[in-house]
Design a binder for this molecule. Structure first.
Ligand SMILES: [Zn+2]
Ligand SMILES: [Zn+2]
Ligand SMILES: [Zn+2]
Length: 298
């Protein structure tokens, strides 16, 4: 399948909408000094649930606060007609929201007497997700016939690429564990540029390394949820030490080049608030810490 890029520019544009770990930053009920700082100073110290926008129209993940995230950045939900779901954890995938698409392609005057949740004609929304996550969306579509929700489902399979608006998307198996679901990482390629998206992830699986060999991506967006927590406690997520080992191996296997950029996201209160970061303790030439609203050109 393929959707043309509608004349968008040749660079791949990435907008980090939410850069927080599952519990957010500050963690809701936490009174540690990092969370207290974030509450006091706000701004970039606040991290919302994980979501990224590609070329302003393809969304990676769909957390419960997505509408507020879009509103905050003056973005329009109607611009987004393709959503890629990385995995079924609640901070990336809020199943229940899709049911509010149920409604009527009719005038407001007629429809307001019948309690629709949506009035007016909408374009189809393409959802790319694991079989399990597609099933869990379908299970919520109980208000009426499935075709009244305007959803088109595409099953993700590791290694099977597809194209959306000139961006080639390749799902890869992630080592991140989700009960009863498959987690995916992704490579996005457009006009000779490429992005590896490791959210969520632990150390890469052997088959994923094989699939990435010599990819020489320009940018890696990686989670660093566990920051300086030790490996034993951080199972299922990256910490700084695991990220360093991963970067070193990526260099050795030519998955990245020395000049490739590393962007950290999915951060918890284990990392300092954004305003207090004085550098990243990683031996990587080109590393930045993401924040909500950050726009990057790959
Ligand atoms: Zn997560
Ligand atoms: Zn805290
Ligand atoms: Zn997760």
């Amino acid at each position: 399948m393929s959707y043309d890029n509608g004349g968008l520019n040749m660079d791949l544009t990435l907008r980090l909408l939410g850069t927080g770990a599952a519990e957010g930053y500050p963690s809701h009920w936490c009174m540690c000094e990092h969370c207290m700082w974030a509450r006091d100073y706000g701004g970039r110290n606040i991290r919302r649930s994980s979501a990224v926008l590609l070329d302003e129209r393809i969304l990676i993940d769909f957390p419960a606060d997505i509408f507020m995230q879009l509103q905050l950045h003056s973005l329009d939900i109607f611009m987004i007609d393709h959503i890629i779901i990385s995995h079924g954890h609640g901070d990336h995938f809020h199943t229940n929201t899709f049911r509010w698409r149920y409604g009527e392609d009719s005038s407001q005057k007629d429809a307001m007497t019948r309690l629709p949740f949506r009035i007016g004609t909408i374009s189809p929304l393409h959802i790319y997700a694991s079989r399990e996550n597609i099933e869990s969306i379908k299970a919520t579509l109980t208000f009426g016939p499935e075709d009244r929700f305007g959803l088109v489902f595409h099953k993700l399979r590791p290694g099977e690429s597809f194209e959306v608006y000139g961006i080639q998307v390749t799902p890869l198996l992630s080592s991140h564990k989700v009960a009863g679901d498959t987690a995916f990482n992704f490579v996005f390629r457009k006009s000779g540029t490429s992005l590896l998206y490791l959210v969520d992830s632990d150390m890469l699986l052997p088959e994923t390394w094989s699939a990435l060999e010599n990819a020489e991506v320009d940018m890696v967006v990686a989670e660093c949820t566990a920051w300086n927590m030790d490996d034993r406690l951080s199972a299922g997520h990256m910490n700084l030490a695991k990220l360093q080992l991963t970067w070193n191996e990526a260099l050795a296997r030519k998955v990245v080049r020395p000049c490739s950029k590393l962007v950290l996201t999915h951060l918890s209160h284990l990392s300092p608030p954004h305003d207090l970061l004085t550098g990243v303790p990683l031996d990587v030439d080109n590393v930045v810490v993401g924040f909500d609203g950050m726009v990057l050109q790959v």
